[in-house]
Design a protein around this ligand. Structure first.
Ligand SMILES: Cc1cc2nc3c(=O)[nH]c(=O)nc-3n(C[C@H](O)[C@H](O)[C@H](O)COP(=O)(O)OP(=O)(O)OC[C@H]3O[C@@H](n4cnc5c(N)ncnc54)[C@H](O)[C@@H]3O)c2cc1C
Length: 320
């Protein structure tokens, strides 16, 4: 697979070029390049967006933060304001892959990366390759999802997306005609089950320019945990991002369970926010949270592990 390469100097330059069919934005290339080798993407031209200053900028907004989409995962993990006020995101970023990946990979690319299901990546004719079944259901599926929606059982690979869901982040998306839209991070992935051919709900020619962290998610109690099979350089078997905000409300999201980062049901969040939970009531809550999960024959451990991880998160954000 060969393609041409252009370094964009401005956002307008990038947007003008990616408006054409077959042209894709690229930042670190850590997912785009493997996807071209695996026959998942076939760009004729890639447009490097890393030299556009506005896309690298991380700046304060009214009590929140605006993070340029080409900022690297390492920059987010080390950023003073993110570490101080949105630590769950800094920790999630710090747990991504390896130092080399964190230094190359961008936030935007991380959110748009394709699933790492081995059937999909190796060209098996599954839902994600236009087929009519999920090969994981009858095959090897120990790393696949336990959230069942009747289609693909791949799990979303992004750690930052899980933290962003717990922070109620919004994504700023621009297209060449100047149209700007802001969507909740949940909406970015809403539809992954309806259309397994794509995970992030972006139209051709659209560029994520920034992610906004609202003030409501700053500070309070925040907790991140990621369980991996290896000690490092691995995707999450299960992860959790949990926040008790300064107004007392609670947001909890989990990774490694489904096609998209999974938001814990709001009735559970509300019970956690009410407080006064002893160990038995937390056990009952986490069991309720996982009630609708449908593990496959070889990944029920994710249900058990997920309940344990969620229990620790509830205890952590409930501690005085
Ligand atoms: C071995 C390995 C281990 C990994 N482990 C983890 C892990 O533990 N946790 C985790 O979260 N991730 C993990 N990853 C994924 C890695 O973090 C992503 O590959 C990386 O973040 C993607 O960023 P990038 O800038 O390199 O994206 P690119 O490869 O440049 O782009 C990826 C896709 O996004 C599109 N794109 C890029 N920027 C934008 C934008 N601004 N707007 C719209 N579309 C855009 C591109 O066109 C392409 O389709 C791992 C990857 C590997 C290879």
């Amino acid at each position: 697979m060969t393609f041409s390469y252009h370094i964009a100097s401005t956002q307008d330059d990038a947007l003008r070029r990616i408006a054409d069919a077959g042209v894709l934005p690229v930042a670190g290339g850590t997912d785009l390049v493997p996807c071209t080798e695996e026959g998942i993407l076939a760009p004729t031209l890639v447009v490097d967006i890393r030299r556009i200053p506005a896309l690298r900028d991380i700046s304060a907004t009214a009590g929140g933060l605006r993070i340029g989409a080409a900022a690297t995962i390492a920059e987010l993990a080390a950023h003073d304001a993110i570490r101080a006020r949105f630590p769950v995101l800094a920790e999630a970023c710090g747990s991504v892959g390896t130092p080399a990946l964190r230094n190359s990979g961008s936030l935007g690319g991380n959110l748009v990366q394709r699933h790492h299901c081995w059937y999909f990546r190796r060209g098996v004719g599954c839902f994600k390759r236009g087929g009519t079944q999920c090969a994981a259901v009858e095959g090897e599926h120990q790393y696949h999802g336990i959230v069942a929606d009747g289609t693909c059982r791949a799990v979303h690979p992004s750690d930052p997306a899980v933290a962003l869901l717990a922070l109620d982040a919004r994504v700023e998306i621009v297209r060449a005609d100047g149209r700007v839209r802001h969507v909740d991070i949940a909406a970015l992935y809403d539809g992954a089950s309806r259309d397994p051919l794509k995970e992030a709900q972006l139209e051709p020619g659209e560029l994520i320019v920034a992610v906004h962290l609202p003030a409501i998610g700053a500070a309070g109690a925040q907790h991140w945990e990621k369980v991996m099979q290896r000690g490092a350089w691995d995707f999450a078997l299960v992860s959790v991002a949990a926040c008790r905000r300064t107004d007392g409300s609670v947001r909890m999201a989990m990774g490694g369970l489904g096609l998209a980062p999974w938001r814990v049901p709001d009735s559970i969040e509300e019970d956690v926010a009410s407080g006064g939970l002893d160990e038995d009531s937390i056990d009952a809550l986490v069991e309720r949270a996982f009630y609708d999960m449908e593990p496959l024959s070889g990944n029920d451990y994710k249900r058990v592990m997920g309940q344990g991880v969620l229990k620790r998160a509830i205890q952590a954000i409930s501690a005085d």
